[in-house]
Design a protein around this ligand. Structure first.
Ligand SMILES: [Fe+2]
Length: 284
């Protein structure tokens, strides 16, 4: 597989550079993390690692904005483009349909059933980034980008109305994020997803308590607001190579959203950073 790492990384970078639609929640870092985790799952599930690697790196090379009427076709478009690119690269012909199926099936909104163990590994790895600390960052980043509100002031948990995640980000927890754990296809995925899902549940619960007590400057609201601003201003979720500022760089919250929290001693913010550290280090 080694000889394919560089060429496939290169085409993934080039495709993202050409596209206007990819944001920091679907950027190169996301492709690398999904690909790494999918390969880890492939090792324990006995799946073809090259197929999983290539599909992980190319799964979001086309990602239409969530408010685009055709956004549910993104994974099909990405699979078609990946096929062209892999043919040009002289990637093993017999594996190309496998890679394309895994790309097409990874998406939640495409509603395609992953038929191979490789597709299952990629889908699980991608869904992992919608959970845990990454999930929080991404949901509020999108909240800022698409102008949704954090929650419905009159009915935060939608007890007396239908869920509407196009208006309220908190509704997206119930409608999608907290259902992901049950959709995990591999034993390895389920194992990791459980604790990430619990983290999101606890966040939601505490945010609703903060809201009911009028504590709008709580750590939970602070996290939401920092990532909403990141989405509005198109900042990075975190520094790509030194996310925790361990290498002595100058922190820069107006460029890297996570930098806003690195010197914060609030116990919940520390918990958020610990959770992030666990995830960015490959769930180890
Ligand atoms: Fe993705």
């Amino acid at each position: 597989m080694k000889e394919w790492v560089e060429p496939i990384n290169k085409i993934a970078r080039e495709e993202l550079r050409k596209s206007d639609d990819n944001d920091d929640s679907h950027g190169f870092g996301h492709l690398c993390r999904v690909s790494d985790l999918a390969v880890k799952f492939a090792k324990s599930e006995g799946a073809n690692e090259l197929v999983v690697f290539a599909a992980g790196m190319l799964h979001d090379i086309i990602s239409l904005p969530k408010n685009h009427p055709q956004s549910h076709t993104s994974s099909k478009l990405a699979a078609n483009r990946a096929e062209e690119l892999l043919v040009d690269l002289s990637f093993p012909k017999e594996l190309i349909p496998e890679v394309c199926h895994a790309i097409h099936a990874h998406s939640f909104s495409a509603k395609v059933i992953p038929e191979s163990i490789e597709a299952k590994c990629v889908q699980d790895a991608d869904r992992m980034e919608a959970l845990g600390a990454f999930g929080l960052m991404r949901v509020f980043y999108c909240c800022g980008k698409y102008g949704t509100e954090i929650l419905d002031d009159n009915d935060p948990l939608a007890k007396n109305r239908s869920l509407d995640d196009k208006r309220f980000s908190l509704d997206h927890f119930e409608k999608k994020l907290l259902t992901l754990y049950e959709t995990m296809q591999t034993g390895s995925g389920r194992e990791v997803a459980f604790s990430l899902s619990e983290f999101l549940k606890e966040y939601r619960q505490k945010l609703v308590v903060d809201h009911s007590e009028g504590n709008l400057s709580s750590a939970r609201f602070k996290i939401a607001r920092v990532y909403i601003t990141a989405g509005e201003m198109e900042r990075s979720l975190f520094h790509a190579t030194d996310s925790l500022g361990d290498n002595g760089r100058q922190l820069n919250p107006s460029e890297y959203a996570l930098d806003s929290f690195l010197h914060d001693d609030d116990p919940y913010i520390r918990k958020f950073i610990d959770q992030f550290t666990f995830e960015v280090n490959g769930y180890e």
